[in-house]
Design a protein around this ligand. Sequence first.
Ligand code: CO
Ligand code: CO
Ligand code: CO
Length: 327
Amino acid sequence: MSPGGLSNLLCGVDIEKNENVLVGIENFDDAGVYKISDELALVTTVDFFTPIVDDPYTFGQIAAANALSDVYAMGGKPITALNLLSFPEGVLDKKVAKEIIRGGLERIHAAGAVLMGGHTVKDPELKYGLCVTGTVHPDQVMTNSGAKPGDVLVLTKPLGTGIISTALKRGAADEAALGESTAFMIRLNASAGEAAVKVGVRGCTDVTGFSFLGHLYEVLMASKLGARIQVKEVPLLYKAKEYAEKGFKPGGLNANKEFYSPNVEIKTGESKDLIDILYDPQTSGGLLICIPPAKLEKFMSILESKGENAWVVGEIVSDKPGRITLL
Ligand code: CO
Ligand code: CO
Ligand code: CO
């Protein structure tokens, strides 16, 4: 899905208002949030796509981690999942479907959730993903509209999965680069999401198809603020820069760039190829978290205690809504 394309299908469609809907479709949030009681709300989301790696089990893991991520991005904890599988029956061996589902189940279990069933359709193009339901306390929901001026922007996974996948498709990806990219795509955003909720973060999204700058823009528009990004501090996957320089850029990167670049002011001397990585569509990317400065140290130490990293990449500022300055 490219920005400005199918993402806007619901525009102009009359969606009913409901007082229990705490987060609906208005701000392009990662998931919907529905209040059950003063202590409990449901987080619901769905995500599925075509394979981006060759191994079916690994693809299942990545697709599941990606779908589960939207619950974490809202501050929720996944509890149940449903499989969605489009499968070219008669073309691919059923063993492939089994391996994909096994991979997905492994991540569902790693998230502490349970598989409740699913749905399979015959389709010439293989696709897999999950519908996930999670829970969240209504007062702890993180949204695109929750950023505040002065918040520190923290990213929890390096960028470049789209570029690495493109290099793979062109037969040019090196093993180490592919290994690192795959490991990050499989990693759940569980620790990052939990740490953010624990310190009281309100502004958060995950970085997926619309890229780092695209998802940041959604946060800024919803929060009516701007951001300043220290491009040198943005973490990149091994070889992402080299592959970008070699031209291994997915179609989605150009679409993202075309759509979001009018809001981006470039004041850095970094190369065009490096800036392009900020438009790279991510699969199962990290969380982009808006952390009040006083809470940053605690967040970092919680994440570190789980053996994970996070990178401070910029700050939220009062500015024309949506404006991103690259420094
Ligand atoms: Co998302
Ligand atoms: Co999603
Ligand atoms: Co969100």
